[in-house]
Design a protein. Structure first.
Lengths: 252, 174
């Protein structure tokens, strides 16, 4: 370490920022060099002068006020807390109600409605002794007769070995449209199967008890079906299953 | 609101330090205020990303960057570096007589105002903010050796400016 090194490193030395080895080397040099001792003294004097007189500024009050005013404007306002807005709940409720109404219109529980009409038709046919307009146990007779009077070809099947005997068919009117009514009998119980093609107002699946009659409703890709009978609901379900199996395995 | 109280808790205590740093770098009171306000805006925007515990150095770095941006945008103003008379100066040492202290302060201000901004920068960070060489090197993105020599030159230059400015009375006291 020579005097030039000390001149270059004296501040770092006084700041104790040098590596320990360097720190010691400079200390040794200072102990035997008058000129560098003088330089070190000057530097220290300057330091104390500087620290005694260096300006330290305080923020003016108006700056503090400006910054405090800035905080809510910058942070609170843009952060929109939607869950704190009451109108959001009103809007959500309105959307929900609209959705429910729309669902009711689009997917109504129309099975019960249809069923009432079907039950009325079924009970009248029993009372008026107008059970069938075409009386036959042969689907080959009943089906063409119905097809001739309707704009579609209804599934007419006999169910041999099931206890249900095909009695025949008639035309019924449900909701202003002619539909096929196919009549079966099991012992004393009459079963009427109403059937019509529908692609807009599909009947929902359901089981109902209306005026003492059990009703079973369903639909498939082609038709709406309503079965009405005095049979209990379990037996009616069995009949419906039987019928569905039959038309599935024997396309009409 | 949580953000506001967090902001106040973290950064408002350092407003004086922020202003002081800005004032040292850009010189004039009004410019320093603008710099600090801009820096606090940046700090608010960055608050969500701030996860550290040391708010002060973080804020100081923002103030410093903002000050340098300001200098780049206003080169004609910063070239003059007026370092105007202090209204908010807090003396570090009140033991000296009022008159000589005022005089010394004036001399030091004058000398500082003639220093290049990078020299005032390292002086305020080291002497007033108490940053280490290492932290300065990291923040200024230069080697520690550069900080060492810059601080060294800053002091020598300031000593020189003082010697040129000081009158015989002050000289005798030194």
């Amino acid at each position: 370490v020579n005097c030039e090194d000390v001149d270059r490193l004296i501040d770092a030395y006084l700041d104790r920022a040098l590596e320990p080895k360097r720190q010691i080397e400079i200390e040794r040099h200072l102990s035997r060099c008058q000129a560098c001792q003088s330089l070190a003294r000057q530097c220290e004097e300057f330091r104390s002068f500087f620290s005694a007189n260096a300006p330290i500024y305080r923020a003016p009050p108006e700056l503090r006020a400006r910054i405090l005013a800035m905080v809510p404007d910058e942070k609170v306002k843009p952060a929109f807390r939607f869950w704190r807005e009451p109108w959001v709940y009103a809007a959500a409720a309105a959307v929900l109600v609209t959705l429910c109404v729309a669902l009711t219109i689009l997917f109504p529980d129309n099975g019960k409605e249809f069923s009432h009409v079907a039950v009325l038709n079924h009970s009248r046919s029993l009372a008026d002794n107008g059970l069938v307009d075409v009386a036959s146990a042969d689907p080959g007779v009943v089906k063409p007769w119905l097809t001739a009077k309707l704009d579609f070809s209804p599934p007419v099947v006999d169910l041999p070995g099931s206890g249900y005997r095909l009695m025949g068919g008639r035309i019924a009117v449900i909701r202003n449209r002619p539909v096929a009514a196919v009549v079966y009998k099991r012992k004393g119980d009459v079963v009427t199967l109403f059937c019509w093609p529908e692609n807009r107002d599909l009947v929902s699946n359901g089981n109902y008890l209306i005026q003492g009659y059990h009703v079973c409703t369903w639909s498939n890709a082609e038709c709406n079906y309503i079965v009405v009978s005095k049979l209990d609901s379990h037996e009616l379900d069995q009949f419906a299953d039987l019928f569905r199996d039959h038309i599935q395995s024997n396309p009409y | 609101v949580g953000e506001r109280s967090r902001f106040e808790e973290l950064f408002l205590p350092h407003l004086d330090a922020a202003y002081n740093l800005a004032r040292w770098i850009v010189g004039r009171d009004q410019d320093a205020q603008d710099v600090v306000q801009e820096a606090y805006l940046r700090a608010i925007k960055g608050l969500e990303g701030f996860r550290g515990s040391k708010a002060r150095p973080w804020l100081m770095t923002i103030v410093r960057n903002t000050a340098y941006t300001w200098i780049r945008k206003n080169p004609h103003v910063s070239a003059m570096i007026p370092f105007d008379e202090a209204i908010h100066v807090v003396p570090m040492d009140d033991q000296l007589s009022e008159s000589s202290h005022e005089e010394r302060k004036r001399l030091l201000h004058e000398a500082l105002s003639r220093l290049p901004v990078e020299f005032r920068d390292v002086l305020v960070l080291y002497e007033i903010e108490g940053w280490s060489y290492k932290r300065m090197a990291l923040t200024l993105n230069v080697p520690v050796g550069t900080i060492m020599s810059r601080l060294n030159r800053a002091r020598r230059r300031l000593q020189g400016e003082l010697a040129a400015a000081r009158d015989p009375e002050v000289q005798s006291e030194l």
